[in-house]
Every structure is written in structure tokens, then in C-alpha cells.
Design a binder for this molecule. Structure first.
Ligand SMILES: Cc1ncc(COP(=O)(O)O)c(C=O)c1O
Length: 403
């Protein structure tokens, strides 16, 4: 049991708290599910990019799936070996591609024919060969929230099968490209296995068809996407997930690369905030807390549900309230019509399942410093990111201020 009261007193609020032991348990379960086949878990850094979190996964043997050169640099800082780092994303700049090639990471996941051209040109300038993988868009509906759905042709990610084949032939004929992998990622918070299975089958068939033209790949990169329980979702078990994928790979000697994010971090994280005020507009009840949408955007952005726990001595009967932050937007809320007892100034509100796409999506909107981050492991807590102060927020502007 995490003592949120003690942590809030020690580190102040708003505060992110991450349970590293929970993250390790999730990591080991997923890795174990693929046993019997060579596999690399490449932690999706975007889900929670705190250096100590990335290092924690790296210490467990994980690689890193990165979507910017900033994330690649984080992975290096956290000690992830170059041969386990992947660079994905639809819009890599020339500078990012150059640095990734120079850093000799495992491969670049290429997402368009024009990107393939840039990667080839830059590898040529550097007089080297760049290992690449191609992200295939299998045109499968992942049955998740449209904002986190990525595997349909209407989404900007990856390339269709015909384009992918053309790109593999081009890469295979190039002196500066080495096609080593194939990649797909159809969406996030996936709770149905069938779309994943169908996508894997389509992509595995493409691998077989490439073999007939003597293009032999080494890595089958299945992306991330495993859903978690925010509420009462029925989720996919890692074992069933692995079996479904492995079932499509019969006869293929490929290392599986998995890019889990949310599955590893979401339910390890808690966003802890203090009650500032309660108020009523007519009969509508609001609980105003010191955390806001700039700290945790998911409810405002996706209308995402998070379980809320109130830590209070109050034992009044529960009534419905909107839990809102101080930011000047009506969209600044954590939950609507949520049942809570009457709350007092300084009671705590803990937003569960906040370890993924929480802090990382934060901003300084309304000139609010981002929260501190704390990790707990083996019953010990430690600060892993300082709270941002006003001086941090203005430091990049001050020298340009005309006197
Ligand atoms: C290419 C890729 N890999 C992995 C992930 C991680 O997804 P999740 O956090 O759902 O596991 C994402 C998320 O958007 C992604 O785009």
C-alpha cells in the first residue's frame, strides 16, 4: 500500500508517483510470454520518458522504442545499448536521421517512400549502411479510441502493402540501406486480440513473399498497444497475445520485437493532488484540486476515464461532483459526475492509472510548473524529477526581454 499522505507531505502536490516494482512485474510477464522465441522488449519511451523509468527497464534488459531524437538521447543517457534502440515516427527530420545513423542504433522504422529516400541519401553522405525496418499499415480496425488508432489507411502511420514491397526491393538494391525488419502497430489500448492477430498474419505473409525474392528479414516488430484496465475493461493476457503472434510466424526465423508502453507503466502511476476548494453552482458540485490538465491531459484530450480515490477523514455520504483543476478552460477536468464524499481543504485526490501518457503529455499552460515525479521501490521512495519552478519556466525568455 502506498502512503500517499506521507508522500504528499514530503514532496508537496501535485505529484506523480510511480511503482517501479509493478513496472518490473509487468515487464517480466510480457517477456516471459514470448519465451521459446528470440525477443526484445523495446520499451516505448513516449509512455513515460523519465530517465529513471527508462533506466529501470533498461536494467531489466529492455531496449527502447523512440519517436524523436530526444527520446533516442534519453535512451542512451539511461544506459540502453544502441543495438536495442529503435527509432520510429512519421516525421523524422534530416538531423534526426543523421544522428540516429551515427549512433548506430538497431534500426530506423521507415514510414514512407520519401523518408526511405532521405535515409538512403543521408547514409550515403555518411558513407555507411543504415539498417531499416518498414512500418506496414495493414488497414485493420483496432477497435480502440480514434485518436489512438493507427492501423487504418485513413491514419497517417506506415505504408500499404504494395508500397512496402516496393520499398523493400529498393532498400535491398541500395548500397546504403540494409532492410532487416518489418513493423506494424495498429493502435493503443487494444482490448481485442483478433485485429492484432489479423495484422500479424498480413505482415507475416509479406515476410514470406519477400523471402521468395531473396529478401530475408531478421526482426518482426509487433509494436505496442496492449490495453490495461482503467475501469472494468476485459484485457488481453500477455500469454494469449504472444501465442496469437507466434502462431503467425510458423517457419519464420525472426526475432520478435515488442514495443510496450502503457501495459508497463499506466497502472504503476498515480497522480496525487490536493483539494483546494469545494463549490456549488446551483446544484452542480465541483471539487477543485491543485492538479490540472497541464499535468494530466488524458481526460481533457480523450475524455479518458481514470479511477479517482479520495483520501479524507470525511465520512459523509457520496454525491456526484466534477473534479476540476485551476486552469482557465472548461475542458480542465479529471472526472465528471464522480461519486465522492464531501472533501475538505488539503484532502487528497489520487488519480489512478496515470503512469502512461501522463507527465509526458504535460505542458506549462497557464505558466504552471510541471509536477515533481517520485519513484517507489521496495518500500523506499525517491525523487526522480524536481518540481518545475517559475524560474525554470522563464529561463529561455529572460535574456530576450527588452529592458
Ligand atoms: C510505434 C509505436 N510503438 C509503441 C507504442 C506504444 O503503445 P502502447 O503504449 O499502447 O503500448 C506506440 C504508441 O503510440 C507507437 O506508436
Amino acid at each position: 500500500m502506498i502512503n500517499f499522505k506521507e508522500l504528499a507531505n514530503k514532496y508537496k502536490t501535485p505529484l506523480y508517483v510511480y511503482d517501479l516494482d509493478y513496472m518490473a512485474t509487468q515487464y517480466k510477464e510480457l517477456k516471459e510470454a514470448f519465451k521459446g522465441r528470440k525477443s526484445i522488449m523495446a520499451y516505448a519511451v513516449k509512455s513515460n520518458s523519465n530517465l529513471s523509468v527508462v533506466k529501470h527497464f533498461s536494467d531489466l534488459g529492455s531496449g527502447a522504442d523512440c519517436v524523436s531524437i530526444g527520446e533516442v538521447r534519453r535512451a542512451f543517457l539511461a544506459g540502453v545499448p544502441a543495438y536495442k534502440i529503435i527509432f520510429s515516427g512519421v516525421g523524422k527530420s534530416d538531423d534526426e536521421i543523421r544522428e540516429a545513423i551515427e549512433k548506430d542504433i538497431l534500426y530506423i522504422n521507415v514510414e514512407s517512400e520519401s523518408e526511405l529516400g532521405r535515409v538512403e541519401l543521408i547514409a550515403k553522405e555518411l558513407n555507411t549502411i543504415c539498417r531499416i525496418s518498414i512500418r506496414v499499415n495493414p488497414n485493420i480496425d483496432p477497435k480502440t479510441h480514434p485518436y489512438i488508432s493507427t492501423g487504418l489507411h485513413g491514419n497517417k502511420f506506415g505504408v500499404d502493402l504494395d508500397s512496402a514491397k516496393r520499398m523493400y526491393i529498393k532498400a535491398n538494391n541500395s548500397d546504403h540501406l540494409d532492410p532487416v525488419g518489418i513493423h506494424f502497430h495498429i493502435g493503443s489500448q487494444l482490448t481485442e486480440l483478433q485485429p492484432i492477430y489479423e495484422s500479424a498474419e498480413i505482415v507475416a505473409d509479406l515476410v514470406r513473399s519477400l523471402q521468395t525474392i531473396k529478401i530475408e528479414l531478421k526482426f518482426f516488430d509487433i509494436g505496442g498497444g496492449l490495453g490495461i484496465k482503467y475501469d472494468d475493461e476485459v484485457t488481453i493476457k500477455p500469454y494469449d497475445y504472444a501465442q496469437a503472434i507466434l502462431g503467425t510466424l510458423k517457419g519464420l526465423d525472426l526475432t520478435v520485437i515488442c514495443e510496450p508502453g502503457r501495459f508497463l507503466t499506466a497502472n504503476a502511476g498515480y497522480f496525487v493532488s490536493k483539494v483546494l476548494y469545494e463549490k456549488k453552482n446551483d446544484s452542480k458540485r465541483f471539487v477543485i484540486i491543485d492538479g490540472a490538465m497541464n499535468d494530466l491531459l488524458r481526460p481533457s484530450l480523450y475524455n479518458a476515464y481514470h479511477k479517482i480515490e479520495a483520501i479524507t477523514d470525511s465520512n459523509t455520504t457520496e454525491s456526484k461532483a466534477d473534479i476540476v483543476g485551476p486552469v482557465c478552460e472548461s475542458g480542465d477536468f479529471f472526472a465528471k459526475d464522480y461519486l465522492l464524499p464531501d472533501l475538505e481543504h488539503n484532502d487528497l485526490v489520487v488519480v489512478h492509472s496515470s503512469g502512461a501518457y501522463g507527465f509526458g503529455m504535460g505542458s506549462n499552460y497557464n505558466t504552471r510548473g510541471r509536477s515533481a515525479e517520485v519513484a517507489i521501490s521496495g518500500g523506499e521512495d525517491r525523487l526522480i524529477r524536481k518540481r518545475e519552478e517559475f524560474e525554470d519556466l522563464v529561463s529561455l525568455e529572460l535574456e530576450y526581454l527588452k529592458k
